[in-house]
Write a protein that binds this ligand. Structure first.
Ligand code: SAM
Length: 324
């Protein structure tokens, strides 16, 4: 059983306390009814990992932890590597943990480098990361001095990857991942910054998603939105057919101008386009830790400006906006 008691205690005397009206019941029914067939195997790998207090820890420029040579044995280092491999595929990272370099499908650190210069300083803030994956960016938020980082993601493998990394980072309690979708959250109105990165195009109702994000923010809070966009004017939105870059669950890919209009329609102000970037095959690719096909196979081999379905290749925008 994954224990969420530490989190409940942490929020009991905070502006998030009213979440306790619904959250414990939601998470205990999740543990009773919705566990993935492989959850036990993943959870055992997490349980088997030691909680280590790193003497070398970097969350500011990477997510890496180690101890001096000789402080743990080579056998212990091999066991850590083996348990982390039990949690494959690793999509978001990379992580450097006690001699194991988890070379993930995505260079999530490159996305962070594009986002960080454009957002309000995170020091002291209470943060929600919607669709946080393995939690890579959550640790980088902790590295920027966040007070508390809450990530939500319904994928149970990612929860186990997050808990594995947490143990190897010394059991740090400034970050918590809850196995929930955004639609399961009440209107908390309690986060200083809300991140939604790589989620909007997976939502069937993108304006509802923007409203849900706004409802998590305090007044004057900041939204950091990263999503796929297309070139075009305010009236252009791509609704792909069966698949986009081989993904089945892609619904709306707006132009940047349309996205700005959506944000303003939902009541956000000071909407700024911070970054626009064509995803490269160096940023998303198969690795030793994610061996399935990846972006190089999802692009047209004769014209990499298109996906294999003939749509514009992935172009990603970062927008920053304020809730008044
Ligand atoms: C493309 S990944 C992005 C991960 C990370 N935020 C990043 O930018 O690298 C999208 C993530 O959103 C999660 N997701 C999908 N539907 C969601 C929902 N309804 N609520 C929250 N997260 C969701 C997926 O499980 C997946 O981990």
């Amino acid at each position: 059983m994954i224990e969420f008691g530490d989190f409940y205690q942490l929020i009991a005397k905070s502006p998030l306390s009213h979440w306790l009206d619904t959250l414990p019941a939601q998470l205990s029914s999740w543990q009773r009814e919705s566990l993935h067939g492989k959850f036990k195997q993943w959870f055992n790998a997490v349980e088997y990992l030691p909680t280590i207090m790193p003497t070398q820890l970097d969350l500011k420029h990477s997510v890496s932890a180690d101890v001096e040579q000789g402080a743990i044995t080579d056998r212990q280092r091999d066991a850590i590597n083996k348990m982390l491999r039990e949690l494959m595929p690793w999509r978001k990272g990379p992580f450097q943990l006690y001699g194991t370099d988890i070379n993930t499908e995505w260079r999530s650190d490159w996305k962070w480098d594009r986002v960080l210069p454009h957002i309000s300083p995170l020091a002291g803030r209470t943060i929600l990361d919607v669709g946080c994956g393995s939690g890579y960016h959550m640790w980088r938020m902790v590295g920027e001095g966040a007070n508390l980082v809450v990530g939500i993601d319904p994928m149970q493998l990612f929860l186990c990857q997050f808990e594995a990394v947490r143990k190897l980072l010394g059991g740090d309690l400034r970050a918590h991942l809850l196995p929930l979708g955004i639609e399961q959250l009440p209107e908390l109105k309690a986060f200083d910054t809300v991140f939604s990165m790589g989620v909007l195009y997976h939502r069937r109702s993108p304006l509802d998603h923007l409203w849900q994000l706004k409802n998590q923010l305090v007044n004057e809070g900041e939204l950091v939105l990263e999503t796929l966009v297309i070139e075009g004017d305010q009236n252009q939105v791509l609704v792909p057919g069966d698949r986009y870059a081989q993904m089945r669950n892609v619904y709306f890919i707006p132009s940047t101008q349309a996205l700005i209009a959506w944000l303003e329609k939902c009541g956000f102000v000071d909407v700024k386009l911070a970054d626009l970037n064509v995803t490269s095959v160096e940023e998303q690719r198969s690795t030793d830790w994610m061996t399935s096909e990846s972006l190089p196979q999802f692009l047209d081999p004769t014209d990499i400006s298109k996906t294999i379905e003939g749509y514009p290749a992935p172009l990603r925008a970062v927008l920053v906006a304020r809730k008044p």
